[in-house]
Design a protein around this ligand. Sequence first.
Ligand SMILES: [Zn+2]
Length: 322
Amino acid sequence: MRELQGLTLTRRHLLKGVVGGAAGFTLGASPRVSAAAVQAVSGTGNSAVQRLADDLFLLQLPGEANIVAQTSASGVVLVDGGSAKVSDALMKTIGELPGGGRRADAEVQTLFNTHWHPEQTGLNERIGKAGKTIISHENTRLWLSTDITWSWNGQRFNRLPKIAQPNKTFYTTGQLDSGVKYGYIPDAAHTDGDMYVYFPTQNVLAVGDVVSNHGWPVVDWQTGGWIGGLAGALPRLMTLANDQTRIVPGRGPVMSLAELKTHATMYSTIYDRLSGLLNKGRGPSEALAAKPTKEFDAQMGNPDEFVRRAFESLWAYLSPDA
Ligand SMILES: [Zn+2]
């Protein structure tokens, strides 16, 4: 699909895309965007379903992270599975997709976990119990098999039962029989288990929470993410894409390569500023006061949490215990 070449979106369109789903995303965009590329599929309740190709869909359930679903005669491939509380709604949405209507076709055969967070792994137990394949980077499996507590807010995450853990892991890259490619994003941008999934026929690249197109991202330094990883990962992802590639971020509307490039420059700038502050012996509160994200805040939102986590992530990486 080449329809997004040259597409430029204003912030208003981006916001409408988040709030209003596929329809908001298309209105006012380039006339080169075909109706088929952004068709909203009806009959899916509150979920926004954006058709990326004949057999490929972006599912945006209210409040949830992005999910990509590929339908085929041999079942459904999912990139991320939403949080556990929306599993029923997600399965219903998948069952109503064109080409996924017959029960056998609507069965999820393969589920990718782009990283360990609950917003991506809530469907794992159901898929694992059904005897299907859950693919992740090995580090993601390790995080899902241990209890984790975020030290910045005390939030605790219990390990998943064995049946819900990824049952097929990899270290570098892999490929499904259908030609779908996947690989590790080794920069430790969001966690140290981040992965992408690339659909070559449709030219769609799903990148999980390494990229956020709906507010500042979480820098989960507790499980390996850091601001330097963000600055490194986005240029790496750019090498996987071309001008026609649709990039599906962890949250928010689909992005173009040009938009990804803008984000890459932004994180590189912020990384340089925060590193400079650290080198001057400043702390997180002083980093916040220095407003290292000021020219990006109108687009990305309140930066306080992001700046704190990003600054702490420098400590995490530079401390001898890291
Ligand atoms: Zn995440």
